[in-house]
Write a protein that binds this ligand. Structure first.
Ligand code: P6P
Length: 330
């Protein structure tokens, strides 16, 4: 059931953002405008995902993205939708996407009216599309750093500098989970009116839950500490859930508790997930919900990126469960 404001009114994501904006007397509304572009784009992406098989836009293209991964048709549609919706928004200096090799400079001048940077994974887990599995859009917003030379380097900021982060999960319902640094809010898209309606305010992750989420097929190539943790979990009554899409696995972990892990492997010695537009936004959400997010022994959001497509390992979720993993890694 959706939440109501003190007068019994509906709370849409726009209502929430405008209310939040009032907390900052000098607010220009540009962040709100950027987040509104993301909610517009994700409503369109949601509709295309739901009709993908009917419109024959399932499956992959003959192309690969910058990660060397085969692109799904919906990857390109999602990416172009976000670029179009964001590209016209005044407050953005730079956008960066998993699907684009280089960040896109929207205005070369250090225009004070462009104080933000948006980064996103337009359709995370897109290989799940053909089998009707969970997929999602992940986004991260940084304050623009005008001192950066060349300007593209402005995106290379640690996750602690994020001003907003979130994801939209295209599952049985379309769910928006986001934070602007003041707790985590959850909204569900009501397709009959085209609005994201608030269903949870200041969401908190359960402190503990005997559930882990990892691709155990790679267990032989995990570093020893992860192998020891899994052996311990097997003996201590843990269950395992793995959707193969970070958005779906992290969303379940946020709601039910537990821990999501993607350790280093032989094929991805630094980890597979991307720091800037997967690990960092999810880490901000998990920490804002009272959880923890680490990459090895380091707090994920304190890592200094060297490249916009840097990859990292992740351990994130309930504080007690992350501590148990870290204990086996140390
Ligand atoms: P694996 C999806 O391709 C993704 O980037 C994440 O969403 C997901 O957590 C991970 O890769 C799954 O990787 O190796 O288990 O298929």
């Amino acid at each position: 059931m959706y939440l109501e404001d003190p007068n019994g009114g509906l709370v849409s994501v726009q209502t929430y953002l405008l209310d939040e904006e009032k907390r900052f007397p000098g607010a220009t509304g540009r962040l709100t405008w950027i987040l509104s572009a993301i909610t517009l784009a994700t409503k369109y992406i949601s509709a295309r995902c739901r009709r993908a098989r009917l419109e024959d836009i399932l499956g992959s293209l003959d192309s690969e993205n910058v990660q060397g991964e085969v692109q799904q048709k919906l990857d390109v549609i999602a990416n172009e939708t976000l670029l179009r919706c964001l590209g016209s928004r005044a407050g953005l200096a730079i956008v960066a996407s998993e699907e684009n090799e280089e960040p896109i400079i929207l205005r070369t001048s250090n225009d004070p009216e462009r104080p933000y940077i948006a980064l996103f994974d337009p359709l995370d887990g897109s290989s799940n599309i053909d089998v009707c599995g969970g997929v999602g859009t992940i986004f991260s917003i940084l304050a623009h750093d005008r001192r950066a030379k060349p300007m593209e380097k402005a995106v290379l900021q640690p996750g602690i500098r994020q001003v907003a982060a979130g994801y939209v999960l295209y599952g049985p319902s379309t769910i928006l989970v986001m934070t602007t640094g003041n707790g985590v809010q959850m909204f569900v898209l009501d397709p009959s009116i085209g609005s994201f309606l608030m269903v949870e305010k200041d969401l908190k992750i359960p402190k503990a839950c005997k559930s882990y989420s990892i691709n155990e097929a790679y267990v032989d190539s995990f570093p020893e500490g992860y192998q020891n943790y899994l052996a311990w979990a097997h003996k201590n009554g843990y269950s395992s859930r793995y959707a193969g899409a970070m958005v779906a696995d992290v969303h379940r972990t946020l709601i039910r508790g537990g821990v999501f892990l993607y350790p280093p492997t032989q094929s991805a010695p630094k980890g597979k997930l991307r720091l800037m537009y997967e690990a960092n936004p999810m880490a901000m959400l998990v920490e804002q919900a009272g959880g923890k997010a680490y990459s090895g022994s380091e707090r994920t959001m304190e890592l200094q990126p060297g490249d916009v497509h840097d990859r990292v390992s992740v351990v994130m979720g309930s504080p007690d469960e992350v501590d148990l993993v870290l204990k086996h890694l140390s």
